[in-house]
Design a protein around this ligand. Structure first.
Ligand code: GTP
Ligand code: ZN
Length: 376
């Protein structure tokens, strides 16, 4: 039973809470004066005046955002995470709601009050994780990407199919389209790599220093594409060619707004306008600190999505077959023995399976042993 005195006390407490909330919302909700005909309902969403933002860089609790439809010269908005988001992480590619000072003026700080439901998530490996708060909080490294551009050199360094296979699994699992970008085509031909992936009908582009980039730009248009690749494959060279105005190093620093360090987290860069009347040129997201993608969350069956050339074999596997090499009845062995898939592909699948349970040998996580493509 709540007596009258208690009720008053409760009401007063309620008022205090309401006041606090109003203070908290002050700059978010501007109540129009004098429009009494417009009833204020309790179900009205909070932060109805929040503006849309697209997160292009993250650095130590500061999020650099742009208005998704703003022109290339529009100022970026620096924001922090509102307390009400709790432990939810905000990552590059997130579509967010911003309140507070969203002017982008020097020193202005906005707040992220909403994160739109993500259409895709890419996660990094455990080894990469410990260094950042975002990494510890959640291993998502990029949200809402449409395409994963796997950058691999054809020589110097030699292509690593184990790395490409891992990226393919991450892409298919996240429902992101893969695109194989083979650089240094002036040094070696693509035949060996393309032969390895012949069953997959994987889209690819070949690049040499003097290549026109029109075909690649057409594949990037209208999409958010994440670039991933090992050190030395020519990814920075490619990014600088694609976004010439924003020399990569300069772009990173100014996007984050701090002078000193080279970012090791992802950064989204707007591609320059395409020739022609309109059309969205798209965004690329560079991931300098991300060496590979974690697959610990991917089930053995989902892992097969990266190996469409092996999938059909598994209808003949016993129920709950782990598909490992020591499973005598696994149909994958017979499938390969019958010449229906490349044995290197099965070996690669099983390596990823094994690496997943222990999350990999950190020294050489993505090298396929005995694979001539893997180099020495
Ligand atoms: N022959 C040849 N060399 C290239 C090509 N693209 C890049 N390079 C060279 O490869 C080396 C590595 O290129 P980067 O762009 O720094 O490679 P990266 O992938 O960004 O490597 P990190 O900076 O270590 O992450 C540089 O010396 C480039 O000049 C290419 O198409 N052909
Ligand atoms: Zn099996």
């Amino acid at each position: 039973m709540v007596g009258d005195g208690d009720r008053k006390e409760l009401t007063r407490r309620g008022d205090v809470l309401a006041t606090r909330r109003r203070e908290y919302d002050e700059d978010d909700v501007r109540v129009r004066p004098g429009k009494s005909s417009r009833p204020r309902t309790r179900t009205r969403p909070r932060h109805e005046n929040a503006v849309d933002g697209f997160v292009i860089a993250v650095d130590r609790g500061r999020y650099t955002c742009v208005h998704p439809d703003a022109g290339p010269d529009a100022p970026t908005v620096t924001a922090m995470r509102a307390r009400e988001l709790g432990r939810k992480s905000v990552v590059v590619g997130d579509r967010v709601g911003l309140v507070g000072d969203t002017s982008g003026a020097p020193g202005a700080l906005a707040r992220i009050v909403r994160i739109a439901e993500r259409t895709s998530v890419l996660r990094r490996t455990a080894e990469d994780d410990a260094t950042t708060a975002e990494g510890r909080l959640e291993r998502v490294v990029v949200a809402n990407a449409d395409q994963l551009v796997i950058v691999s050199a054809l020589a110097d360094p030699p292509p690593r199919t184990g790395f490409i296979d891992r990226c393919l699994v991450a892409a298919y699992d996240a429902d992101i389209e893969p695109l194989l970008c083979l650089t240094k085509a002036d040094l070696a031909g693509p035949e060996a790599v393309l032969d390895y992936y012949t069953e997959l009908e994987l889209p690819y582009v070949l690049l040499r220093p003097d290549s026109a980039l029109d075909a690649l730009r057409a594949l990037l248009a209208g999409r958010v594409s994440v670039l991933v690749g090992h050190s030395g494959v020519g990814k920075s060279t490619l990014v600088n060619r694609l976004v010439p105005e924003a020399d990569r190093a300069v772009g990173t620093v100014s996007a984050i707004g701090r002078g000193r360090h080279t970012s090791t987290s992802a950064v989204a860069l707007r591609l320059p306008p395409l020739p022609g009347p309109d059309g969205d040129p798209g965004w690329i997201i560079d991931t300098p600190g991300v060496r590979s993608f974690g697959l610990a969350h991917v089930s053995a069956e989902s892992l097969l999505h990266g190996f469409p050339d092996l999938v059909d074999a598994t209808v003949d596997c016993p129920a709950n077959c782990p598909h490992t090499g020591d499973e005598a009845d696994c149909a994958l062995d017979a499938w390969v023995a019958a010449g229906k898939a490349d044995p290197r592909r099965l070996a690669s699948y099983r390596r990823l399976l094994a690496s997943r349970s222990g999350e990999s040998d950190p020294r050489e996580p993505d090298r396929n042993p005995g694979d001539p493509l893997a180099g020495s």
